[in-house]
Design a protein around this ligand. Structure first.
Ligand SMILES: [Zn+2]
Length: 462
């Protein structure tokens, strides 16, 4: 029934689409675990067979999801069960069994990591280095990502060997030069200073984008990026206000290069409205070119993601790149942007299954939040009889509207006013049921009635 209401809002035609013409949705709607675990190593099997690539048309939303990841819990559990040596390990203060898995305590903490058996290590390294959610981080970062949840003897050496042997990294990454370290203005809080970079022009995409606007919070190094069609000050200002400042707050200063769009009146007026300083890279850090370095990460990631893909799809890769960068430890801060900004890393698909077991300290603090939420709910969503006010005949009240959306009228129930009135109470039918309104009135349950708030008394006359 709720679906029927929801669908009223659209004008559409129902057509039968035979399964053989509809392979991708069919495959996606199938549970990938159904026929596991016989060949868990073969994730390819849940992809649709290759066909001639479809012709791209503007405004056709493309399915561009992260590649399918293994269910981390199921998969490791299965691998651990195959490892006789691991199975023989005794429980101790450093080793324990939970959820059918064997965990090892991280020295000196209450955090637990899953012990990875030999034959799962390569796959696990691939997941944390090659996968769409990882994006070929360097050896240290790959190790950090792995060690968030997993461990095994020699994990550090295995990881650095693995990354050193990666051909994609060799092909895509710039030769490292010494990083610049000095900074004239060092931001002290998240979203205090943001840097804007314009990258491109790149090949014109199906959505009409040709440049990339990159917005970085210089404290946490959290990156937002938007494919854009034009690089004028107004386009940029609108993106910033609608997509960045309303989400993260307005900054003290905005750092840009000397591009013409940032030296005109439109940009100056936008900054004035936001009460933000206009800084240019030259004054921010005269001895270096930080723009170049910030872009480098995004550029390298783009090259990696576009390997074997048409370059014109660059804008489709941006969200994945952002996900990786937000989870990647930054050399300057020593933490990932997500950790600094949100206090936690962004979970990979299925990682929620592990995270409850993995960090007892954080779990304890979440538990306090859950208890607080439960109390809060009890307080405000108690039983009706205690909370519902009693209304007197003649009292003025508002009544909750129950409009239905109609496709034809540009009317949307969700956007309509929620209360109508005020109406007088005409009659009390029984506990909680009232007749309200004009003439014959309407019968309404107390849950749909609220009192007209009393007017604030005016200032006392002298
Ligand atoms: Zn690599």
């Amino acid at each position: 029934m709720r679906w029927a209401l929801l669908l009223q809002e659209f004008s559409f035609k129902v057509e039968h689409c035979p399964g053989k013409d509809n392979e991708l949705p069919d495959l996606l709607s199938r549970n990938p675990q159904e026929d596991a675990p016989a060949d868990l190593g073969d994730t390819d099997r849940i992809y649709a067979p290759e066909q001639t690539p479809p012709v791209r048309e503007k405004q056709t939303p493309q399915l561009n999801l992260f590649e399918a990841a293994k269910d981390p819990l199921e998969w490791i559990r299965h691998q651990q069960q195959q490892d006789a040596e691991l199975q023989a390990m005794a429980e101790s203060p450093q080793v324990r069994r939970r959820d059918g898995l064997i965990w090892k305590r991280r020295p000196g903490t209450n955090k637990w990591r899953i012990i990875v058996p030999v034959n799962a290590r390569d796959d696990l390294l691939r997941q944390h280095h090659d996968a769409d959610t990882a994006g070929h981080p360097g050896a240290n970062e790959t190790l950090r990502q792995v060690q968030r949840k997993y461990t095994w003897p020699g994990v550090a050496k295995d990881t650095s060997d693995f990354v050193r042997a990666c051909t994609t990294c060799k092909e895509a990454k710039k030769y490292r030069v010494l990083p610049h370290t000095t900074s004239a203005h060092r931001p002290e809080k998240p979203w205090d200073t943001v840097a804007l970079d314009l990258m491109g022009p790149y090949p014109l995409t199906a959505d009409g984008n040709k440049c990339l606007l990159v917005v970085t919070d210089l404290f946490s190094r959290w990156v937002e990026a938007f494919p854009i069609a034009a690089t004028d000050a107004t386009t940029i200002a609108v993106k910033l206000e609608n997509q960045v400042f309303t989400r993260w707050g307005f900054p003290r200063a905005i750092l840009t290069d000397n591009g013409t769009q940032f030296s005109g009146k439109a940009w100056a007026s936008a900054c004035k409205t936001w009460q933000a300083y206009q800084w240019t890279t030259a004054m921010y850090r005269p001895q270096a070119n930080p723009t170049e370095r910030r872009n480098q990460e995004v550029k390298t990631a783009l090259r990696i993601h576009l390997k074997g893909r048409p370059h014109v799809e660059w804008d489709l890769q941006i969200p994945k790149i952002l996900f990786q960068l937000r989870n990647r430890k930054n050399a300057a801060t020593g933490k990932s942007p997500a950790e600094l900004l949100l206090g936690r890393d962004l979970l990979l698909p299925g990682e929620w299954k592990i995270s409850r077991q993995f960090d007892e300290e954080r779990e304890a603090s979440f538990e306090r939040v859950r208890q607080h939420q439960a109390k809060y709910q009890q307080k405000y969503v108690g039983d009706d009889t205690r909370l519902a006010p009693n209304f007197q005949v003649g009292e003025l009240v508002y009544v909750r509207t129950s409009p239905f959306s109609k496709a034809s009228k540009d009317f949307c129930a969700g956007l309509a006013l929620r209360w109508e009135g005020p109406f007088p109470i005409l009659r009390v039918v029984k506990d909680g049921i009232y007749v309200v309104g004009k003439g014959k009135g309407m019968t309404v349950h107390v849950s749909r009635i609220k009192p007209v708030e009393e007017k604030h008394p005016g200032p006392a006359k002298k």
